[in-house]
Design a protein around this ligand. Structure first.
Ligand code: NDP
Length: 292
């Protein structure tokens, strides 16, 4: 018997399996396409030639595939063998997919935990990897907590199986917006033969780190619903500033398509009567139910 089974040996699945091996756990691995397990086998992993064998080989199965349809395609043919087993699904998906996967598991007497990996493969197995978990089977999760810690920081966020996914996608929404802004900034700076590496290291990164320090302040305002408390930058001022950024971008032939929707949101919030709000006030404009 192994300590853990890993189904799916893509870039991420291999990193997860390797973290267990490095910690000294016995690991059984399986992948749809043969051959992707060779490096892991040479490092001590045990090859399973079928999903059925892989799952039988340990008390805990971790699955990390491309998407949820792939997870179902792999698990459905052996669903009768999964009863009373623990499955941790590390595949990225939507909250609705996680909830229906959990419902599917409940009717088959499977302990299902949904995971959201907030890290890239090289960070797996380090404290810099944060992994979110949620699911109705909190006991099963607690039983395996020590082993799950091998992959990265463990954050159990609640019994709603969709919650890990929701928070995973929300955090990636934030990262997408930030990286989009970074790419815009670099594109602008590069129009003047700026040393982009130096610009990034000595100016942009420290500036963004300082801005990140405002996140708790925004969170406080969003919780209270008072977007005028201790304002750092009013929307009326931000609107002028963003208009200047967009004008200067166009002047150097850089498209403003990443910034235009943000200007529209800010201006809509101002037009709704809230020019003194902090930027966090635009969250009211993002709530679709408000418009119904
Ligand atoms: P890869 O593309 O490297 O690997 C995809 C894996 O899914 C392979 O093992 C592939 O098998 C398997 N697969 C796809 N379709 C099927 C199917 N129908 N049946 C069986 N197996 C299938 O992706 P990653 O490993 O990078 O990502 C895996 C998951 O981890 C994704 O959900 C991703 O969002 C998530 N993740 C990845 C991160 C990253 O930086 N890589 C970061 C955070 C999360 P085969 O080899 O046979 O094609």
């Amino acid at each position: 018997m192994s300590d853990v089974t890993v189904l799916g040996l893509g870039t991420m699945g291999q990193a997860l399996a390797r973290a267990f091996l490095k910690t000294g756990y016995k690991v059984t691995v399986w992948n749809r396409t043969v051959g992707k397990d060779e490096a892991l086998i040479s490092e001590g992993a045990i090859r399973a030639t079928s999903v059925y064998d892989a799952v039988q080989d340990s008390p805990l199965t971790i699955i990390c595939l491309l998407d949820y349809p792939a997870v179902l395609a792999v698990l459905e043919p052996i669903e009768h063998e999964l009863s009373q087993r623990v499955i941790v699904n590390m595949t990225t998906g939507r909250p609705d997919e996680a909830r229906s996967m959990s419902a599917w598991a409940v009717t088959r007497n499977i302990d299902y935990i949904d995971g959201g990996i907030m890290a890239v493969p090289p960070l797996i197995g380090t404290e810099m990897a944060i992994i979110l978990y949620s699911g109705i089977t909190e006991n099963a999760f607690e039983k395996h907590r020590a082993l799950l810690k091998t992959m990265g920081q463990v954050r159990y966020v609640g019994t709603d199986p969709g919650l890990a996914s929701l928070l995973d996608l929300a955090m990636n929404a934030a990262a997408t917006g930030m990286v989009g802004g970074v790419i815009h900034a670099m594109t602008m700076a590069a129009t003047e033969k700026t040393d982009i590496v130096d610009f990034s290291n000595s100016l942009l990164t420290p500036y963004l780190n300082a801005i990140a320090g405002l996140i708790p302040h925004f969170a406080q305002q969003i919780v209270s619903g008072d977007y005028t408390a201790n304002v750092v930058s009013q929307l009326s001022q931000m609107s002028i500033g963003l208009a200047n950024i967009r004008r200067a971008s166009r002047d150097v032939n850089v498209s403003t398509e990443l910034l235009d929707p943000i200007q529209a949101l800010i201006d809509r919030r101002i037009a709704a009567g809230f020019p003194s709000d902090e930027f966090s006030g635009v969250c009211e404009e993002l709530k679709l139910s408000k418009k119904k």
